[in-house]
Design a binder for this molecule. Structure first.
Ligand SMILES: [Zn+2]
Length: 282
């Protein structure tokens, strides 16, 4: 299997979930071994590679920073690129935050499909896990272990009648991301949203781009896209965050009540653990 990129440039516009700013997004083809590189077109095309080393902050979203230049909420787009099997892409944006679109990766997948995906000349490389690595933070836990495939076992647990405990096993294989994960939307709780707004976050949030949960139900009138849309979105986030490893992963992830910061800690620990991984051509 060789590396891939998109066939032609394609763009869209949207609003940043946390900053509320309008942003134009352009995806552009990139040569072999480029990986994903964000380009701030409003700042002289300053480049921020999608890489673990540039993770700066991750509580409500994953934010990258290089030399003081920030790029926020990158996980849903990276999830779409990884989930579509695109290896190399320039991601141009003219503001600080990626557009949230409908809160899932669906619009990004449609963009990528519209542009088309082409195979390149160099073989695809993967990061193959050789040894189990685990991080624990209170009742949050995440591990990655050797496996022939890329697989995620995910458990979430929220005291809410629509969620409670949801578990799902995801195996990356042809079309599974598109079918099972891509359209799962982000979600928030009304109490939490008030808090976020006070902290100047979630300014672009609306019922158009998130599931908003009240203590007993939800504000959105349209039904959930899946009964377990919440755990599916968590898997979407994990795939997007793990894309910061710079190549597809061959290993099994087990995540229990994980979040962006736990994902970041696991990646850092994995990369630092001697003999825990190797790069292979696939
Ligand atoms: Zn998310």
């Amino acid at each position: 299997m060789n590396q891939t990129t998109i066939k032609k440039s394609i763009g869209t516009t949207g609003v940043g979930l946390h900053t509320g700013v309008t942003v134009a997004l352009n995806l552009k083809p990139a040569s072999e071994d480029t990986g994903y590189i964000f380009v701030r077109t409003d700042l002289d095309n300053f480049e921020i590679p999608a890489s673990v080393e540039y993770i700066s902050y991750c509580s409500y979203a994953t934010t990258l920073m290089r030399k003081g230049v920030v790029l926020s909420t990158c996980e849903h787009l990276l999830s779409a690129l990884r989930g579509s099997g695109v290896d190399n892409c320039f991601i141009e944006i003219d503001n600080i935050e990626l557009p949230i679109m409908d809160g899932s990766s669906e619009n990004f997948i449609e963009l990528i499909e519209k542009a088309g995906v082409i195979e390149q000349d160099a073989p695809r490389r993967s990061l193959r896990v050789l040894k189990s690595v685990e991080v624990v933070e209170g009742d949050r836990k995440m591990s990655i272990a050797p496996s022939e495939k890329f697989e995620i076992d995910c458990v979430i647990d929220f005291k809410h009648p629509f969620i409670n405990r949801q578990c799902l096993n995801y195996v990356a294989e042809n079309g599974s991301f598109r079918r099972q994960i891509a359209s799962a939307r982000t979600f928030g709780f009304t109490q939490e949203i008030e808090m976020l707004r006070k902290a100047n976050l979630a300014l672009g949030g609306s019922l158009e781009n998130a599931i908003v949960l009240t203590p007993e139900g939800m504000l959105n009138e349209a039904p959930l896209r899946f009964d377990d849309e919440f755990v599916r979105h968590k898997i979407l986030d994990i795939i997007g965050d793990l894309a910061l490893l710079g190549m597809p992963v061959q290993g099994k992830v087990v995540a229990e009540k994980s979040g962006h910061s736990v994902h970041a800690q696991l990646m850092t620990k994995l990369l630092k653990t001697e003999g825990a991984w190797e790069i292979v051509s696939t």
